[in-house]
Design a protein around this ligand. Sequence first.
Ligand code: ADP
Ligand code: MG
Length: 737
Amino acid sequence: MGRCSIWSVVDLDTPLTTLLGARAAGLLADGLDLRLVGDLLGHLPRRYHERGELTDLADLVVGETVTVQARVERIERRPMRDRRRSMLKVTVTDGRQSLPLTFFNQTWRERDLRPGTTALFAGKVDEYRGRWQLTNPEVQLLETDADGDDAGQGFANALVPIYPAAAKVPSWTLARCVRLALDSLDPLDDPLPGRLRAQHRLPALADAFRLVHQPASRAEAARGRKRLTWDEALVLQVALARRRREVQAQATTARVAGPDGLLAAFDAALPFPLTAGQREVGAAIAADMARPVPMHRLLQGEVGSGKTVVALRAMLAVVDAGGQAVLLAPTETLAAQHHRSLREMLGDLARPGELGGDPRATGVVLVTGSMGARARREALASLASAAAGLVVGTHALLHEDVVFADLGLIIVDEQHRFGVEQRDALRARGRRPPHLLVMTATPIPRTVAMTVFGDLEVSELTELPAGRAPVSTYVVPAAVRSWTDRMWGRIRDEVAAGRQAYVVCPRIGGEGADDDDPAAAADLADGADARGAHPAATVVEVLPRLAEGELAGLRVESLHGRLAPARRETVMNDFAAGKTDVLVATTVIEVGVNVPNATVMVVLDADRFGVSQLHQLRGRVGRGTAAGWCLLYTAVDEETPAWQRLGAVAATRDGAQLSRLDLEQRREGDVLGAAQSGGRRSLRLLALLRDEDLIRQARVEAVRIVEEDPELTAHPALRRLLDAMLDDTSAAFLEKG
Ligand code: ADP
Ligand code: MG
């Protein structure tokens, strides 16, 4: 390794070439993408070894680059085939298991690797004749020399940091580079304000780096790490607080329903009383929209909690006040259903200009990407002329040349991955930024709401409307014939009683491009337990099999994303009208579909779906007053993680609990969107579930800082960190919501 001059002083922006010389810096850049001193110090140990504590060799994984601490058991020199050169066969142990190491042309190592010696070995685990081994690993002896110095190894403490390493840059080389950096580090500008540090008892930045890289104890390492996590949490929350401020600074039109307008007429005709939650959320929305500042609200509500009525009432208030409102759905199926149900709920109020009709009535139009040119022209004309006050559509509405007379409100339904950038695109559609309401049934843990949706105010609908029937969920093992028979029998019984059923398959099957839900396909790909299993059930195969076999005599139809939109609409309408008994479908029915007469759902190969997805699917039954059934059919064995996942879904209907479980099973990166994973610098330490308290505190601090000093003039280091984060992949974290 190159040596830096002891006198040079570095800060986080110093290139590593200055500190380490070109050769060593080149290795760090190529192997680990570390270029600046800040990158190096931000490359944190993955774990710590106690000096002398041996690595559990049972944990090794073939193909991984590992650093193990082990004791030499045996060493043997053997000639290689050509008889001229030799190799060393070394066996190391953790006290229980042993691991062979092979060194070619390194006989000089014989001197160092005497039996009983403990050392660090780093390399890629490979398999040779059915046994795991390391070939030509890097070696670092751990003994200190006589005067107790650590012989330049970079770890003077009892804890040896183990870094995520690359083939040419073993962990101890990193430790040595880090030590050079720490030894010559200038006092750093601290992004955390001193007051905040004092209040939360956090070490200064340079100290935190020392604690994390060279801890004397695990408690020290944890203290350092916590401080670095604070940096991430604070900068993220500052970014969000600034966004909220920007939104608050915009001016828009206040929208207030008239005392005797459309909303009043609708409320008067409502066939059921609103739940307390619906009234409360409705009041919050009305208050938001009564201000000349754009509403920016997230409505989280359990499956079936009645979000559509809340949405419609907000839309009607806007029409009352002379504006127009958009309801966006993630799929055409759902958009069409919303269009149908809004018109049903509104009755005469959705038929303007009819003789003897209500003069307050307004047009409700549907705009989707697949509608015919004429229908589309008409729909667009009625929007431009304000004849239609309400429009339902898919995101096609965003990209199209749709002109509104006066867009006042946008509601986004069932789209919890609807990022800031899309929200901005939408808001730009009005002459003045419209009010915005995002609705989701996927309960979002508070901390996710505070990060991914940190720029929105959050309301929740927790109670279901009264009189809602319970849904019983069971896991049905494919291996037990009698259960399978009872499962199909349940569908036949319900249909005989005048009810309807869904059969959900993971895939469409047949010819043609794939599935409706890439998430299902992804689940399929990563589910370790799905590996080697039979191919997933497909709509194309299951439909004829059921129609001729288990469900012979019933009216069975299929629904999936490859059907033409008009066909899909017909199938959905027929099912809603009770003309079909059983719908064999993909996850196109996952969100929002509302047919209260459907009481049974069978999910085939349920193990292929994620927890939240199953909960969403199950929400399609039990929407009326008759008891519902959700039967999760699977071929996986009990005791497998997949089975346990299904068991968890069967055991609770608490969406919040299930979404937490879902989150725990994914990597952090997935939560914030794909752009998060990979080489991102920020948000690495922040674990959304574990750091709940910290995120909450950081939010409070961020709000305070931004209120006092929105441009962060008094906090230059924090400002730099913020700019770096926002530059970084153009703020992917904000866009990917
Ligand atoms: P989600 O919140 O899942 O979108 P929906 O808005 O589709 O739920 O509502 C589910 C069903 O509950 C609909 O049939 C709707 O008419 C009905 N519903 C909504 N609010 C009430 C209420 N206050 N009392 C009774 N039924 C209601
Ligand atoms: Mg809904």
